[in-house]
Design a protein around this ligand. Structure first.
Ligand SMILES: [Zn+2]
Length: 249
């Protein structure tokens, strides 16, 4: 690390659990962030500010005026731009040390596999079950840690599926894929702006723990927030031995 980096990251380096070694790990890490919306905005901003060396930000959407109530990567002037590109501008302005690849696409199939294979960890910041399950399957396939977040209305969820570990549950163990699941969308049901900030920030915190190895991550636990009552609940879960996605690993 050079002097400027030591200064920029001093408040992390000062933490005994983080230190120079943790910062070096962060600087050499590659994070794949799926979704540059409400969750991806704070997650990407905190990972870029922490100096995550290489961030791949994937989103196929464009910035709309109705996004700006919560998607803090974007600005009024960038309405109409691709969210991945708009996000890259925000992250580069915050920390020019970070290499940001903007992927203007909904990652699926071989393109998703290729990105997951190259990533050190994956943050699921998307808004639909099909993508969540595709991302989970790719993370199981390549043994990559998955930091998962979701938020709708006043309800938020966050968990970690550390698929580097053979005994760790996957997303499908907790939420088996089903055709009849009714999907709630922010576009039709609404979502409290700061709620996605809370959940996305927690994803960034868990991602930094995964990268540095400090503390205990949310592996095997899901935190659920009711932002109206402002109450948290912890749900503990285990690997499903019959899970069709991860039981073969
Ligand atoms: Zn599973």
């Amino acid at each position: 690390m050079n002097d400027e980096q030591l200064l920029r990251y001093a408040r992390h380096v000062l933490l005994d659990e983080f230190g120079i070694e943790g910062q070096e790990r962060v600087l050499s890490a590659r994070a794949l962030i799926i979704g540059a919306g409400g969750l991806g905005s704070p997650a990407a901003l905190y990972l870029a500010s922490a100096g995550v060396g290489h961030i791949v930000l994937a989103d196929d959407d464009e910035v709309e005026l109705s996004n700006l109530q919560r998607q803090i990567l974007h600005t009024t002037a960038r309405v109409g731009q691709a969210k991945a590109q708009s996000g890259k501008l925000a992250l580069n302005a915050l920390n020019p040390d970070v290499r940001v690849d903007a992927v203007v696409a909904r990652l699926l199939g071989p393109a998703l596999d290729e990105q997951v294979a190259q990533a050190d960890l994956v943050l699921d910041c998307c808004d639909n079950f099909a993508t969540r399950h595709a991302v989970n399957r790719a993370c199981v396939r390549y043994g990559k840690p998955l930091v998962s977040g979701a938020a709708i209305r006043f309800a938020g969820q966050v968990s970690v599926f550390d698929l580097r570990r053979a005994d760790a549950p996957c997303y499908h163990c907790l939420f088996p894929e089903a055709d009849d699941v009714e999907e709630l969308r922010c576009a039709t049901t609404g979502v409290l702006g700061p709620l996605v900030g809370i959940v996305g920030s927690m994803q960034a915190a868990e991602a930094l723990k995964v990268i540095t190895g400090m503390g205990d991550t949310l592996t095997g636990r899901m935190l659920c927030l009711d932002a109206l009552a402002m109450q948290w609940q912890t749900i503990r879960f285990r690997r499903d031995p019959a899970c069709p996605v991860c039981s073969g690993r």
